[in-house]
Design a protein around this ligand. Structure first.
Ligand code: FE2
Length: 298
């Protein structure tokens, strides 16, 4: 009898970013973030590695300065097809990847669809891994927390929160981690929703604000607090704009800071987040984003 699989995504496997200034991105990725520039994909994208996977970021010179696709990993064919059936039943049109698309992503198979805001969402299995050519950073960092947690997290700005929540929760199988209601200015607050699909506290957060960019930030989690501290020093010495200075978040308890990428959106660089065990986790709500710090840079 075929093994039953849950129709849900397992982790954020890769991100596609469209940029204007590729040279600036290559420098930023390698010499600030500590990612490994690993050549070009078959479609010309610059590949960035952070672990054994052949590509965690695919940077395209297409000029959007924004996320252009997000790839969610599933365990195999059965789980991909279970999700495909669920999406189709829910009225979401999916398309099977062409051979060229599979080659560009270096995956065994993949389907893709659009989220309610029009972002291309890919669901794949069988990524190419390269244990024989280990990840190494040109920066003296201890490395990134990935594995079953995926590459990190993304925060998306969404014009229609109800539609976004239906898609990510009911279709892709994300579970709520918690909520933060944040007052950004007197009488102006936004309600952020944090979602998980594995032990990482959140793989996705949704912000109901209309901004030109879909991507508010992506987060990379380091293995050691010193990686975050030494990178904070480096960012200051290179004159890179900080979005928010060092601080600790209320919900995932991560110690992090935010820096501006060459595309304008921010990158959160952090360490020490607590994890979720669905057997014991209970949903909470917060009225502040941080326990301490995270002061907005002026
Ligand atoms: Fe974050």
């Amino acid at each position: 009898m075929a093994q039953q699989v849950e129709a849900k995504v397992g982790s954020l496997g890769y991100l596609g970013i469209g940029v204007k200034d590729m040279a600036a991105w290559r420098d930023f990725a390698a010499n600030v973030l500590g990612l490994m520039v690993a050549g070009e994909g078959s479609d010309g994208a610059t590949l960035l590695r952070m672990d054994e996977m052949s590509r965690r970021f695919m940077v395209h010179p297409s000029g959007e300065d924004d996320v252009i696709f997000a790839g969610f990993e599933v365990s195999g064919k059965a789980q991909m097809e279970a999700l495909e059936a669920k999406l189709n039943k829910g009225g979401v049109e999916t398309t099977r990847a062409t051979d060229d698309e599979k080659k560009a992503r270096a995956v065994v198979d993949m389907i893709h669809c659009k989220d309610p805001a029009g972002l291309r969402i890919e669901i794949f299995y069988g990524p190419k891994v390269m244990f024989d050519q280990p990840f190494h950073s040109t920066r003296p960092i201890s490395g990134f927390q990935t594995g079953e947690h995926g590459l990190g997290h993304i925060v998306l700005t969404v014009p229609d929160m109800k539609a976004a929540r239906h898609f990510y929760e009911d279709q892709l199988g994300f579970l709520i981690s918690d909520y933060i209601s944040m007052e950004l200015a007197p009488k102006f607050s936004i309600d952020l929703v944090f979602l998980h699909c594995n032990p990482r506290h959140h793989t996705l957060a949704l912000a109901p604000i209309a901004l030109p960019k879909r991507l508010f930030h992506f987060m990379l989690q380091l293995n050691n607090l010193d990686d975050v501290g030494s990178t904070h020093d480096l960012v200051k010495s290179r004159g890179i704009k900080l979005g928010m200075d060092l601080g600790k978040h209320t919900n995932d308890h991560m110690v992090s800071f935010y820096m501006q990428s060459p595309s304008g959106f921010e990158v959160e660089y952090g360490w020490g987040a607590r994890q979720i065990d669905d057997a014991t986790w209970h949903v909470t709500q917060h009225t502040s984003g941080s326990i301490w710090g995270h002061k907005r840079a002026g």
